[in-house]
Ligand binder design. Structure first.
Ligand SMILES: *[C@@H]1O[C@H](CO)[C@@H](O)[C@H](O)[C@H]1NC(C)=O
Ligand SMILES: *[C@@H]1O[C@H](CO)[C@@H](O)[C@H](O)[C@H]1NC(C)=O
Ligand SMILES: *[C@@H]1O[C@H](CO)[C@@H](O)[C@H](O)[C@H]1NC(C)=O
Ligand SMILES: *[C@@H]1O[C@H](CO)[C@@H](O)[C@H](O)[C@H]1NC(C)=O
Ligand SMILES: *[C@@H]1O[C@H](CO)[C@@H](O)[C@H](O)[C@H]1NC(C)=O
Ligand SMILES: CC(=O)N[C@H]1CO[C@H](CO)[C@@H](O)[C@@H]1O
Length: 568
């Protein structure tokens, strides 16, 4: 008892001294490129320990990963004791699990030349516990503790946000949730240690891209990744709209920690996952056990690929964009700008079998010619122009780095006419015009909603659509889908909505199905999907019908309108 009484004030005095030293100037720090590192959660769940963190940190160095940029080592949930310090009110590291304490752990990590990442939450309890305190109401003190421990980054989670009994509240109605993340931002700014702020609010509620970029280095857009391929489709379909927002100064959309090396995916799938995260400028945070050689060599090779890492860390910081989606054939074409006038092209095979795909460099990418390198192999692919056909393996993401890019002036797709759903279409069934707030539902300012689900008659029909030539046309469909899979993420929720497009068909159900991704931060934020649709005839008499794909069970996205393109 006496010993405890003696030690407490000493510890408290030491803490006070550290605080005084660190009260000079203040800021959260922004990394201009996405953070790279390792986090304990994906393999060790909420059961970290000093030994786990130290051995994995050491492995980051010995495996050569730190040299490649993986430097932030984060102890995720499970580090906290079940009560705050009764005298100081500070969060306490569980002494059984972390016998040397936080400062020593930070020193060890810093001694390896790495960064010390800490973790807490904006709710009542920490994730993975029902009694470990989180930071709600204690933000200022906790930020001071993080600084005193020598932390370089904070992952700030969102468990027990709405109550002490429900771990995850997906309703998004918790009042002031963004304000809670703001409170921690202000608290971090009030301590003098530079701390990278990683918001992990999961994109619950609307418009994370409006409130998170000003405060956070990165912000989680989705429910957790889990160890299965279907997570890759779900999260990819959710990150697409954020290309409009992300940048080296606005921060990065966080697609969650990597599952590469967890033996949940095939080698091509691991490449796809890593490459998709890389081109979208997501933080690259390893989640497999690096210690004790638990990560297979093939997985280490994937996350060590210098060309793919360089795409992620490119100084321009431009998130790649989905430029064409072929739903029937199950592949996507992605394009992203890189520094120095270079570009990255992604050929993403969602089909789990090999298939031949063709890209028209002028019509699909706006490029007359470019010198291409395969990012994965480093091999030269030569000078590409015109039509390029290649075979992709099942679930392969081919990444081409283009240099010497010459823009096309001929053979490019140019818009010829725009058709607005609310004013130019005939609506059937439940389909209804929905007014939008000012500046939303672009470009029309209104949209058609309620297309489908239980209503086989719901459809949007455009007549008199013009085409100069017969055959297949590129159309840009302006749609709205904010059907985000949060509570459904674990099962079937995939963040897409199906819609069929029928051109001059006898029946709308003969149309082709297209999978529309999330379009933006709410139900008024428009996205555009570029798809090729067959069946046009030259003239001004084309009939184009949009319907829900399986109208008995699902909704189509809301429809703003579409633009028809012709090759110049
Ligand atoms: C520390 O962690 C151990 C193992 O999980 C647990 O049994 C113990 O209750 C924790 N201690 C505190 C003070 O929370
Ligand atoms: C895709 O095919 C590969 C190779 O056959 C297999 O290992 C993998 O499990 C398949 N993935 C899915 C999601 O079916
Ligand atoms: C080529 O096109 C890209 C994309 O539209 C544009 O950013 C770039 O400035 C163009 N380059 C030249 C040399 O015109
Ligand atoms: C879209 O259609 C495909 C093919 O039938 C189906 O597998 C998928 O579940 C549908 N997606 C949604 C969100 O309804
Ligand atoms: C539509 O959904 C129903 C009910 O789930 C299913 O039985 C049917 O096969 C689906 N139709 C198509 C075309 O996917
Ligand atoms: C404890 C708490 O914050 N409860 C709130 C959870 O969310 C519902 C719905 O928004 C509120 O009514 C509760 O007050």
């Amino acid at each position: 008892m006496l010993l405890v009484l003696c030690l407490r004030p000493l510890q408290a005095a030491g803490f006070t001294l550290l605080l005084l030293l660190s009260l000079a100037s203040a800021t959260t720090v922004r990394t201009s490129t996405p953070v790279m590192g390792w986090d304990s959660y994906n393999y060790y769940n909420c059961y970290p320990s000093q030994d786990i963190i130290e051995t994995n940190a050491a492995a980051l160095v010995s495996l050569g990963l730190s040299e490649l940029g993986y430097t932030y080592v984060t102890t995720d949930c499970g580090w906290t004791a079940d009560a705050r310090d009764p005298l100081t009110g500070q969060l306490v590291w569980n002494e059984t699990l972390f016998p040397s304490g936080a400062v020593a752990l930070g020193d060890y990590i810093h001694g390896l030349g790495l960064k010390f990442g800490v973790y807490s939450g904006a709710g009542y309890w920490q994730c993975g516990s029902t009694d470990d305190p989180a930071s709600l109401g204690h933000e200022a003190l906790d930020a001071q503790s993080f600084a005193a421990w020598g932390a370089d980054s904070l992952k700030y989670d969102n468990c027990y946000a709405n109550s002490t009994t429900t771990a995850a509240d997906y309703t998004g109605t918790v009042s002031g949730s963004p304000m809670r993340f703001d409170t921690m931002y202000n608290a971090l700014n009030a301590v003098s240690r530079d701390i990278v702020y990683q918001v992990c609010q999961w994109g619950v509620g609307e418009d994370i891209e409006t409130w998170a970029p000003p405060i956070a280095n990165s912000w989680r857009i989705s429910n957790d990744i889990y160890n299965a391929w279907r997570s890759i489709w779900r999260i990819t379909n959710q990150v697409i709209p954020y290309a409009r927002v992300t940048s080296p100064t606005a921060g990065h959309a966080d697609m969650d920690m990597l599952i590469v090396g967890l033996q949940a995916l095939s080698t091509y799938e691991e490449q796809f996952h890593f490459g998709m995260w890389a081109i979208n400028k997501s933080p690259l945070v390893l989640g497999s056990a690096l210690a004790n050689s638990l990560t297979p060599a093939a997985s280490l090779a994937i996350v060590s690929n210098k060309n793919v890492i360089a795409i992620n860390q490119d100084s321009l910081g431009a998130q790649a964009e989905l430029v064409r989606r072929y739903t029937t054939a199950q592949w996507d074409l992605w394009q992203g700008a890189l520094s120095g006038g270079r570009q990255v092209i992604g050929l993403a095979n969602w089909y789990n079998g090999s298939q031949s795909v063709t890209v028209d460099f002028a019509a699909d990418l706006g490029i007359a010619s470019a010198v291409a390198q395969d990012a994965w192999t480093g091999d030269s692919v030569g000078t590409l122009s015109g039509s390029y056909t290649t075979t992709l393996q099942g679930h392969e993401l081919r990444l081409l780095i283009l240099t010497n890019v010459v823009n096309a002036t001929a053979g490019i797709q140019e818009p010829v006419a725009y058709y607005t759903a609310a004013t130019q279409a005939t609506l059937a069934g439940n389909a209804v015009v929905v007014d939008c707030p000012s500046g939303q539902c672009l470009p029309a300012g209104v949209k058609v909603g309620d297309i489908g689900e239980g209503d086989t008659a719901a459809s949007v029909t455009f007549s008199g659509v013009k085409a100069t030539t017969s055959g297949t046309k590129l159309i840009g469909v302006d749609f709205i889908n904010y059907d985000v899979a949060l509570d459904t993420a674990w099962a079937l929720g995939d963040n897409t909505r199906n819609m069929t497009i029928a051109v001059n068909e006898a029946s709308a159900v003969n149309g082709e199905r297209f999978a529309f991704p999330i379009s933006g931060g709410d139900w008024y934020d428009t996205g555009r999907l570029y798809v090729y649709v067959d069946g046009f005839v030259a003239g001004a008499s084309n009939k184009v019908v949009f319907t829900s794909y399986n109208s008995t069970v699902t909704w189509a996205p809301d429809l703003v309108g579409f633009e028809v393109y012709e090759v110049n």
